[in-house]
Design a binder for this molecule. Structure first.
Ligand code: HDD
Length: 766
């Protein structure tokens, strides 16, 4: 049974059954069975057909009533079953991660497209025949374990590669830069971001005084502030999110030659975000929105995929850049070093149990393998201490022995003892060098060697000179945004600062932002009651390396050619017409997820007498949980929908959030009732026009006019076969022009949002 179908108010439909059948089929075919899966099997138990025992294996006859002296008590301490059960329960929780406490993980495989032996001897990056098992944990940074998924925050994107030369962890974020340059400031940064210590408010928010107080006192945060105030920090899903290793690392080849490298992850489904009002509402409608999406897509066999990219450059090239590649507040623009996509990660298995896998996974940027090395980036250097220390605290000294952390290659060394040690190692030797065990475990000449780097200079706390440019790349980021994205940065910052009580801090943000853009700072001042800057700040922009980098903009980079994973609500009431089935089939055939939404949790008959089983009732869901809405026609079907405020809200809110709305035949009446600004619904007229699209609203030609961002349409019954072909054609070729309603609807969904509609959407009350 899928996770979603277990939720109250969520019904199990034929579509869901089909999805889990696919998943079972994949499992039966052995897709995703890796060395790590086989290893984990040794520790995995199922309860089917078993009988209850204590942890000591003693069979249990009574578990619901404790042992008492007489029926009316008191309870006896000799009830070992009660004592053990209670004592274990009392210790079920371990310290949550001090940052990135809320996370969600999955297993998968990494496959390499091209051999990088010119640069590295790491087998994971040189052997294209290998399928390296991986575990990924996505996370938010600030919130506690129980916080909501869609808060504005950086997302962790941490991958453990179980290579045959040991574990390599790429512990990155969905943003390629960081707030600070030196790890010594990390505790201060985190203290400022977390809930304030006196009252532990607010939860999972940077919108409060202490955060903005701190970041306005450290100008190196400016670049990252632009990123976190952008829509990158409210991703649509983990499947629509980039990942970055952030730091510059080194690749070292078999000859001992080193190159610098930056790591990137690119989601195959494209990068996409929520809009802010939607993100806020999802926090209430489904706090598990991101984890549920990941879980369900894997259960459905629609495996999330990410391509691994590298930017490789030598030290001389690095020296020619106007910024320092050891500074984690800087990117290396793609225009200077293009990203080469060298492999793909596919997430194909959900965990069997959250705690032993996702909670106990111990990720650490210090876990590297021969052929990969660190750079001298002071932020990275500090991380190398913090993570092991953190794992000792959370999981104890033998955390590497936990099943999820075990490498898939042999492990032999002279570490011994410590709490909860598992390995039993024969013999009396636990030191090196030794002769009593013939020198074993012996040193391996092919083993890890640190790359030799000449070091000169004076012992000092000073930063390198190149770390002093705090604004040129912040400007590069801002200037690379579309107007829509610039407005979102302004709105997000204005929102956050309205939650800051200190006028002095608000003013400092305006002054800091003036180093990025005069207009942005002036508008911000206007919004938050601060003084506007007197004049633009004079900044030497050459430090950025390039003037503009379109790839930094999500809107400019979105490949508009897939609806995979997009959720479409099809509203149905008794008597709905056949367009619902046509659209349902077309969405599913294009890899989208169609769901029937009805008034009641019982089968809904269509105009021909057959029925569909609703997936959701309208009162138990909300438009924010879908990417598009479709309203079929049907003479009797639409009238009750127009009289139910929940359905009217479903359409109005989808419009506000710039989503595609489709309506066929009488279905346009629900759009009329929602009073969509800028949308004029003409009278019913069976004209030959196949559809009208305007601003993401698509309809049968005769019903809608001047509808920004939507589709309304009339769908000929029995036309599914032809429509299916058209749908795949418009998705394969982004320039293909839709000729029918369904392909226009699907193509509009693939665009994700209709940004042109935003000025009108502001007018809608939803
Ligand atoms: Fe960190 C967890 C990413 C700087 C100290 N960090 C953690 C996780 C991610 C990152 C994704 C969660 C891993 C998981 O899912 O278990 N951290 C980053 C990135 C950074 C960064 C991309 C900057 C480039 N972190 C950073 C610094 C320090 C830490 C400078 C300390 C000096 N991070 C930690 C930690 C955590 C952690 C306290 C919390 C629990 C854990 O490690 O396992 O050690």
């Amino acid at each position: 049974m899928s996770a979603e179908s277990q939720q109250p108010g969520v019904l199990r439909s034929a579509a869901n059954v089909a999805l889990s059948a696919t998943s079972n089929l994949k499992t039966a075919l052995g897709v995703g069975v890796t060395a790590k899966d086989t290893q984990l099997q040794q520790y995995t138990k199922t309860v089917d057909g078993t009988k209850l025992t204590t942890e000591a294996g003693v069979p249990i006859a009574e578990d619901n009533n404790s042992l008492k002296a007489g029926e009316r008590g008191p309870t006896l301490i000799e009830d070992f079953q009660f004592r053990d059960k209670m004592a274990h329960f009392d210790r079920e929780r371990i310290p949550e991660r001090v940052v990135h406490a809320r996370g969600f993980g999955a297993h998968g495989v990494f496959e390499l497209y091209e051999n990088l032996s010119q640069y590295t001897r790491a087998s994971v990056l040189t052997d294209t025949s290998k399928k390296t098992p991986v575990f990924v944990r996505f996370s938010t940074v600030a919130g506690f374990r129980g916080s909501a998924d869609t808060v504005r925050d950086v997302r962790g994107f941490a991958v453990k590669f179980y290579t045959d030369e040991g574990n390599w962890d790429l512990v990155g974020n969905n943003i390629p830069v960081f707030f600070i340059q030196d790890a010594v400031q990390f505790p201060d940064l985190v203290h400022s971001l977390k809930p304030e210590p006196h009252n532990e408010i607010p939860q999972a928010q940077s919108a409060h005084d202490t955060f903005w107080d701190f970041v306005t006192l450290i100008p190196e945060s400016t670049h990252m502030l632009m990123w976190i105030m952008s829509d990158r920090t409210i991703p649509r899903s983990f499947r629509n999110m980039n990942g970055f290793g952030v730091h510059t690392f080194r690749l070292v080849n078999a000859q001992g030659e080193a190159h610098f490298v930056k790591f990137h992850w690119r989601p195959v489904l494209g990068t996409a975000s929520l809009v802010w009002d939607e993100a806020v509402k999802i926090q209430g409608a489904d706090p598990d929105y991101h984890r549920r999406d990941l879980w369900m897509s894997i259960e459905a066999g629609d495996y999330p995929e990410y391509e691994l990219g590298v930017q490789i450059f030598d030290e001389a090239t690095a020296a020619s850049f106007p910024f320092d590649v050891l500074d984690s507040t800087k990117i290396v623009p793609e225009e200077l070093v293009p990203v080469r996509y060298i492999g793909k990660m596919t997430l194909n298995k959900n965990v069997d149990e959250f705690f032993p896998e996702t909670e106990q996974i111990a990720l650490h940027p210090g876990n590297i393998v021969p052929g990969i090395d660190f750079s001298e980036d002071p932020l990275l250097q500090g991380r190398l201490f913090s993570y092991t220390d953190s794992q000792f605290h959370r999981l104890g000294p033998n955390f590497q022995e936990l099943p999820i952390n075990r490498p898939v290659c042999p492990v032999f060394n002279n570490l011994r003892g410590g709490a909860s040690r598992l390995a039993i190692i024969k013999g009396r030797v636990s030191y090196q060098p030794n002769s009593l065990a013939s020198g074993c475990p012996a040193l391996n000449p092919q083993g890890y060697r640190h790359h030799t780097v000449p070091v000169v200079g004076t012992k000092t706390e000073k930063k390198p000179g190149g770390f002093a440019d705090h604004y040129s790349q912040a400007r590069l980021f801002y200037n690379s945004m579309t107007q829509t994205e610039k407005e979102h940065i302004l709105k997000a910052t204005s929102f956050e600062l309205q939650k800051c009580s200190s006028l002095e801090i608000r003013q400092r943000v305006v002054d800091q932002y003036n180093n990025v853009d005069f207009h942005l700072a002036s508008q911000l001042a206007e919004n938050i009651g601060a003084n506007p800057p007197a004049a633009p700040a004079q900044i030497d922009e050459r430090g950025a390396g390039v003037k503009e980098s379109p790839g930094l903009s999500v809107i400019r980079s979105l490949p508009a050619n897939t609806i995979r994973g997009r959720r479409v609500a099809i509203v149905v009431a008794p008597g709905f017409d056949s367009s619902a089935l046509t659209v349902h089939a077309a969405i599913a055939s294009a890899g989208g997820l169609p769901f029937y939404v009805a008034q009641k949790a019982k089968p809904v008959p269509d105009s021909q007498g057959s029925t569909v089983v609703p997936d959701f009732t309208v009162s138990a869901t909300r438009s924010v949980l879908f990417d598009a809405v479709f309203v079929p026609g049907g003479a009797q079907a639409v009238q009750p929908l127009t009289e139910d405020a929940d359905f009217v809200l479903l359409v109005a809110e989808a419009f506000k959030h710039l989503k595609t709305i489709g309506a066929a035949n009488e279905g346009v009446e629900l759009l009329r009732r929602a009073a969509l600004p800028g949308v004029t619904i003409a009278s019913l007229n069976d004209s030959a026009t196949p559809f009208v699209e305007s601003l993401g609203v698509v309809s049968t030609g005769s019903f809608a006019s001047a509808v920004p961002g939507g589709v309304v349409g009339k769908v000929a019954s029995g036309a599914l076969g032809g429509l299916e072909g058209l749908v795949s054609k418009v998705l394969a070729d982004p320039n293909a022009q839709p000729t029918g309603f369904v392909d226009a609807f699907v193509k509009s969904i693939a665009k994700h949002r209709c940004w042109e509609r935003e000025p009108l959407a502001k007018k809608i009350v939803a």
